[in-house]
Design a protein. Sequence first.
Length: 237
Amino acid sequence: MLNFSQGYRSFKEGLNWRLIRDYSKAVREHGWEILCCAGPVGIAFGILTLYYTPSRSLLGLLFGWIVLVAGYYVWRADHLRLMPKLGIGDVNMIYAGAGVPDKKRRFVQILIECTTEGPIENCRGQLLRILKLSDGKWEPTHIDEPLDLLWSFVDEPILTLEHGAPRRLNVFIVENTSRTIVPWTRIKPKLPSAPSDIFRFDVRVAGDDCPAKYIPLKVTFGDQWNDLYPEIIGNET
């Protein structure tokens, strides 16, 4: 707990007359809107003054109400601007080596961004399940429980996502030595594929203090090992 001198010093350092002037202006503008335009209290008060002369206590209560509500609207604008919120970008694919001669990998990634000015702490992605399209229906595969996905380059499951600095979330890879699907997680289960197969990767992305995003990623496999056609679709059953 701060003592008196420390508390006074902190209070003095926080004083900024320009910010106080701007805050007072914003409260005054919102207060006028509340009193004369959209505020039911202001409308009721205006009707009341047609028949009665308001007392000092009533005027004080009205003034206090205006300051309270106007202060809320001033605070709300900054709160919404800084509230963490996830955004989903495009699907990305890159080639990478595997540390073995003549062995190549192709990564399928989803671009994740922070759409507000507040950072998203502990941002993480999970592969919930992989489904395969069979006779027009999505059928479950043996990969049917959540796996923690790793972020591109850092190869970690959790990071801080900053505004204006989107990151790529690795979903899975395929290699030129086989057509096997390998989710990019610490534990790497394998799922065989064949030309013309269609899979759906259900991905969940979440972070502290922001709603999670659910991403159904549909991937069509072509004739060659690296012929992949990914797209984000709606939630199909």
